[in-house]
Write a protein that binds this ligand. Structure first.
Ligand code: PLP
Length: 399
């Protein structure tokens, strides 16, 4: 244990961020023989070889020196071409000047927060939410104001997560600086429709707020080639910072590469923030990431077919158990599910490790509204997902 005097000798913001409840469970059950790990947000596939090969070529060519802080021009061009292909529209195309290469989505988020929020500032985020939003805000000295996502029935009876923009409006105070919108969302799979995005943008415009749009699961959509995006509704003058990553679409979680999309006028400042944090992303990693964007559509479509099958295996088994309450996620690769009788999700997740040899993330790790739920990452092959669903259904029946 760290001594109290040592703790008191460091900045309060640094010690205020709590240990992630996902990491706690992971540490608790790690290394158990035969355990099926569904607690962390990553799949079971290694990075495809055409991506790794681009990095090998770069190493072989001796690209081991300091790199451009904003990112290699060739990679920034690849990002602009990819974004134009996926998100471009009548409003125009994307320019490389909008993109800043970061060490994954987390680093992009950290830079966005550095740009916008510090001590005394408030940032609104719908919850349940990915715990790193609140933790990163805490470390910067800002406060997180949570607005609840609601799980309600649609016409036809199916459940769906929704965000009522009026609740966001009522959370705005003179100290509010930004709204973090993560759609499709971790952990719920909540996916904002165009009307919700328009309403949120209208609020941001009215109150002079920034939006931090974390759209990293935008291509992991089961209701179209991609989820609705702020790119579909924004004007060039809107104040939106986009967080992106290669991690999930191309099985690259360990490579640590992503990007921040921001108004080019902020370029010099963002370059400084990169210089004074990571000083850039390794060139071979950027070459690999460029290959993913340029040649990665087939891999992504195969991954989507697999994810859809695994999602359905899991949801069908839990629906048949009669003891689970959930919305079938329209996007992301998580199911956020409440089980009859589970009120303490941390204790239940530990029991599920012991009694079902299954690793789930407790809902309490995801902030207000998460208790009583479990997050299940279904980014695995459908056969092992079927085995996981059977273990869970048996556990539910016997507990
Ligand atoms: N944003 C969300 C919503 C996430 O779930 C994650 C990772 O789980 C990230 C950002 C960060 O991604 P990366 O692994 O690239 O840092």
């Amino acid at each position: 244990m760290t001594s109290p005097s040592l703790l008191n000798a460091i900045r309060p913001e640094a010690r205020a961020a709590r240990q992630s409840g996902i990491v706690e469970l992971f540490n608790y059950g790690r290394g158990r023989e035969g355990l099926i790990p569904l607690w962390v947000g990553e799949g079971d596939l290694p990075t495809p070889d055409f991506i790794a090969e681009a990095a090998r070529r770069s190493f072989a060519a001796g690209e081991t020196f300091y790199t451009a802080q904003r990112g290699l021009p060739a990679f920034r061009e690849a990002i602009a071409a990819y974004m134009t292909r996926c998100y471009g529209g009548p409003g125009g195309n994307f320019s490389p000047e909008q993109f800043f290469v970061t060490a994954g989505g987390m680093h992009a988020l950290q830079i966005a927060i550095r740009l916008l929020a510090g001590p005394g500032d408030e940032v609104i985020t719908p919850a349940p939410s990915w715990p790193n939003f609140e933790a990163a805000l805490t470390i910067s000295g800002a406060s997180t104001v949570c607005v609840p996502l609601e799980l309600g029935s649609e016409a036809g009876g199916a459940l769906r997560w929704r965000l009522d923009p009026r609740r966001v409006a009522s959370a705005i105070t003179p100290r509010t600086r930004a709204i973090v919108i993560n759609s499709p969302g971790n952990p719920t799979g909540w996916t904002a429709g165009l009307p919700e995005l328009e309403a949120l943008l209208a609020l941001a415009r009215e109150h002079g707020l920034w939006i931090i749009a974390d759209e990293i699961y935008g291509r992991i959509s089961f209701e179209g080639a991609r989820a609705p995006s702020f790119h579909d509704v924004m004007a060039p003058t809107d104040r939106i910072l986009f967080v992106q990553t290669l991690s999930k679409n191309w099985a690259m979680t360990g490579w640590r590469v992503g990007w921040l999309e921001a108004p080019p006028e902020l370029g010099d400042i963002i370059e400084n923030l990169i210089q004074y944090s990571t000083s850039g992303v390794a060139t071979p990693t950027q070459r690999a990431a460029a290959a993913a964007l340029e040649e990665g559509e087939d891999f992504l479509s195969r991954q989507m077919a697999r994810l859809r099958a695994s999602r359905d295996v899991l949801c069908d088994a839990l629906a048949a158990s009669g003891r689970a309450r959930f919305a079938r996620p329209p996007g992301s690769f998580y199911l956020f599910c409440a089980f009859d009788g589970v009120v303490d999700s941390r204790a239940a997740a530990m029991r599920i490790v012991e009694e079902a040899n299954l690793g789930l993330a407790p809902g309490s790790a995801f902030g207000p509204g998460g208790e009583g739920f479990m997050r299940i990452c279904f980014a695995r092959d459908p056969v092992s997902m079927g085995e996981a669903a059977d273990r869970l259904a048996r556990w539910l029946a016997s507990s």
